[in-house]
Design a protein around this ligand. Structure first.
Ligand SMILES: *Cc1c(COP(=O)(O)O)cnc(C)c1O
Length: 412
């Protein structure tokens, strides 16, 4: 008899996005007219095409694969040196942040890395996550057996939930009790909040005192508009001793369908063995990559490299400005509708408080039914997301303007 991984059975069945898809499908079947006006501001996927510099580099790399002389088979599992070096130089060293080329590990996505990192961490860690939260951090820990069962409210045993509310600007404070691992996502999905330098410094100080590891997800760093907000946890002194950073080309370069990201594991980051000796994690992650991964395709890595060319940088800037222009329009629309609005300034997500007494799913149904717009109910991201909904700015300008107009017309 073969046994399955019982931990998977602890996962909550009604996952957020399938439930949204179910309700949208039912609505469209019952309302063909509404269906034809439907605008999706739900799932956080980009909508605009790849930057031309990337497209040119992808084509060129495909042609290289077509002749024996320039063909590429397996590459280094950790990524080609030219890409690791372009990343370390452009995203860190040129900005005065100390990251070596071989501390950068190129991958096929931050979602995967956020889950895979658990391979090199022990099974007895006390793990903290924000509430609301990107569901991947929670579910991968459930799958790895790091949690108890979910209670009626959907909270898993053994996890430490850090509430994010208007009163803390949706940035969690370090807990009073000790945790071994904490996930921080800034700028944040779903709340659109970005942690200040002081807030991140408090976390790094906490981490160093408690020998905690910070798993810092900076997938949205390109969307930061406030010059005071750090783009990397490694801007904070001491972070090289306590943090791992995840970055992705999905949201800045429009790579959601191309797949390329990277993780920075500083060589100075240590974690304890069972007997309490402190060892570096870098060789473990390197070994994991070499054993369980065969690298990102040559073609895709050439595409990612092009994001760091002068043209690529200008095109990424234009893409980000496009989405943030949408964010400003959507923010203004939701405000004019009399709603309380958060985020959308340093992140492509707008986090909106539902009117008094209206739940997240009630707001979802109303906005779908009356405005024919799909948003994401906040309660799907955690219990503290109840009473909020998320609007994504990933859309065409015309759609963003239309959504803003329809929001203003809604009567609550
Ligand atoms: C989109 C997103 C990512 C990026 O994931 P990829 O697998 O690189 O596409 C990572 N973290 C968060 C919170 C995201 O929303």
């Amino acid at each position: 008899m073969a046994y399955l991984n019982d931990n998977y059975l602890k996962l909550k069945a009604g996952y957020l996005f399938p439930e949204i898809a179910r309700r949208v499908k039912a609505f469209c079947e019952a309302n063909p007219e509404g269906a034809s006006r439907l605008i999706r501001c739900g799932i956080g996927d980009v909508t605009e095409p790849l930057p031309p510099a990337v497209v040119a580099a992808l084509h060129k790399a495909v042609d290289e694969m077509a002749t024996r002389e320039t063909f590429h088979g397996y590459g280094p599992e950790q990524g080609y040196e030219w890409l690791r070096s372009a990343i370390a130089k452009n995203d860190f060293r040129d900005k005065g942040i100390d990251v070596a080329d071989d501390e950068v590990f190129v991958s096929d996505g931050s979602k995967c890395d956020c889950g895979n990192i658990l391979d090199v961490l022990g099974s007895k860690n006390k793990i903290a996550i924000s509430d609301p939260v990107y569901p991947v951090y929670v579910d991968t820990n459930v799958m790895a057996g790091h949690t108890g069962d979910a209670n009626a409210a959907g909270a898993y045993g053994k996890l430490v939930y850090l509430p994010c509310r208007p009163s803390n600007g949706f940035v969690p404070e370090p807990p009073k009790k000790h945790v071994d691992v904490v996930y921080l996502c800034s700028p944040n999905n779903p709340t659109g909040a970005a942690a200040t330098r002081d807030q991140l410094t408090a976390w790094v100080n906490y981490a160093r005192e408690n020998k905690t590891i910070i798993l810092f997800d900076a997938a949205y760093e390109a969307y930061i508009s406030d010059p005071q907000i750090p783009h990397s946890i490694f801007e904070i002194p001491g972070a090289r001793e306590c943090a791992i950073e995840f970055r992705s080309f999905s949201k800045n370069g429009g790579f959601t369908g191309v797949r390329c990201a990277y993780t920075v594991v500083p060589k100075t980051l240590l974690a304890a063995t069972k007997t309490g000796e402190m060892n570096p994690l870098h060789p473990l992650w390197n070994r994991r990559s070499a054993t369980k991964f065969n690298g990102v395709s040559y073609i895709v890595q050439r595409g990612a490299e092009a994001l760091y060319s002068d043209d690529g940088k200008a095109q990424v800037k234009a893409l980000v400005e496009h989405y943030m222009g949408n964010a400003a329009i959507l923010r203004a629309g939701a405000k004019k509708a009399g709603l309380k609005v958060f985020g959308g300034v340093n992140a492509p997500y707008i986090w909106v408080r539902t009117p008094k007494g209206v739940t997240s799913w009630e707001a979802f149904d109303k906005i779908l039914g009356e405005a024919n717009v799909v948003i994401t109910p906040g309660s799907g991201f955690g219990s503290k997301g109840e009473g909020f909904f998320r609007i994504s700015s990933f859309n065409s300008r015309a759609n963003a303007e239309e959504v803003a107009r329809r929001l203003k017309e809604l009567k609550w």
